[in-house]
Design a protein around this ligand. Sequence first.
Ligand code: SAM
Ligand code: SF4
Ligand code: SF4
Length: 361
Amino acid sequence: MKKTMSLLDASEFAQRQFRQTSSATLPNPLLDQRQRPLRDLRISVTDRCNFRCMYCMPKSAFGRDHAFLSHSEVLRFEEITRLAKLFARLGVRKIRLTGGEPLLRKNIERLIEMLATIDGIDLTLTTNASILAEKAPSLRDAGLQRITVSLDAIDDAMFRRMNDVDFPLARVLDGIDAAARVGLTPIKINAVVKRSINESAILPLVRHFKGSGHIVRFIEFMDVGATNGWRMDDVISAAEIVALINAEFPLEPVDPNYHGEVAERWRFKDGSGEIGVIASVTQAFCRDCTRMRLSANGQLFTCLFADHGYDIRALLRSDADDDTLLRAIAAAWQSRDDNYSERRTANTPRAQRIEMSYIGG
Ligand code: SAM
Ligand code: SF4
Ligand code: SF4
C-alpha cells in the first residue's frame, strides 16, 4: 500500500457519519451525490497473489521488497460477514469476492459458508483459477453460486508470459472444467487486452470457448494503480474487439441482463453462445456504477480510481455498534461523487492511485 495514500482516520470519519441521526431514518434506496443506489459490494480477501500479471502486479513493483499486509491488518471472516450483513441492509444485492487471489486466503470456503447465509445475496468470486481444479467442489459445497475466471490467452507460451510466473495454461483450463462439472455456472472468462501483448489472443479465445456455454468477456486495459505503465495507445477499444470477432463470427447485440450491467453483450448469429466487452476506458459507465469496494484491511472505496478510503476497520475494532457502522457506510456512500472514467484523459496523474490487487478488482 502506498504510504502517501490519505485515509480518513476514524475520528474524522465518525464526525461525518454523525450527520445522520439514526440508521432507522436512512433513505431507501440509499443514493449517492449522482443519484446512484448502492447495489454491489466487492470484497478483497487478500492483497497477495501467486501471479504477476503485467497489467496488475508487475514484478518490477511487487518484487521481494513489497510490503504486503500482515495477518492482523487483514479483516477476519467474522468482521467481513458482519459488514456484509450491514451492506445487505443498505441495499447490496450482489457480493463478489476478489483480491489479490481470493483462493489463496486460508479457509476461504468458511467465509463463503458464512456469506451464503445472508438472504437475497448473489454470491460470486473472481479468480486466476490456479488452484480452482482442487477447490471447485468445496467452493460449491460452501454455497458459492457462480465463478469468473481471468484468462488472457489460450496459447500456453503467451499465457506463461502474461502471468509472469511461468504458470501453465493447462491447470487453468482444468480449473474451468472442474468448476463447470460442479455447476458454478454460467462461467465468465475475463480477458484483459493489451495492444501488442495479447491482441492476437482474441480470436483464439473466442474459438476455444464458442459453444461451451462459458462467456468470454474482453476488458479494455485500464489505468488502475500507478505501476502498470498504462498508456492510452495500449488500449484496444471494445469497438475494435467486436469488429474483429464479427468479421469471423457474425454477432448481434443482446439486451443487458439488468440495468447497469457493465459488460456489453453480443451473441453469435449461429446461436452458439455469446461474448461480452467491457469498455471501461472508451465508453465509461460511471452513470450506472453502483459498486462499493472493501479492501482486505477494511478500507472502503467508492471508486476503483479513488486515492483514499474510509477506515471502517477502525470503527469495527473500536466496538462500534451496528447502528454506528450502518451510518458510517451510508455516509461514505451518500458523499460519493466519483465518475473518474468519464473524466479520464491520457495525462491524468497516477501517482496517488491505489493498486487493483489491494482495492479488489
Ligand atoms: N486474482 C483474481 C483474478 O485475476 O481474477 C482476482 C483479482 S484481479 C485484480 C480482478 C480482475 O481485475 C481480473 O479479471 C483482472 O484481469 C482485472 N484487472 C487487473 N488489472 C487490470 C487492468 N489494468 N485493466 C483491466 N482489468 C484489470
Ligand atoms: Fe493476480 Fe489477478 Fe492481479 Fe493477475 S490480475 S496479478 S491474478 S490479482
Ligand atoms: Fe465506478 Fe469509478 Fe469505475 Fe466510474 S471510474 S465506473 S465511478 S469505479
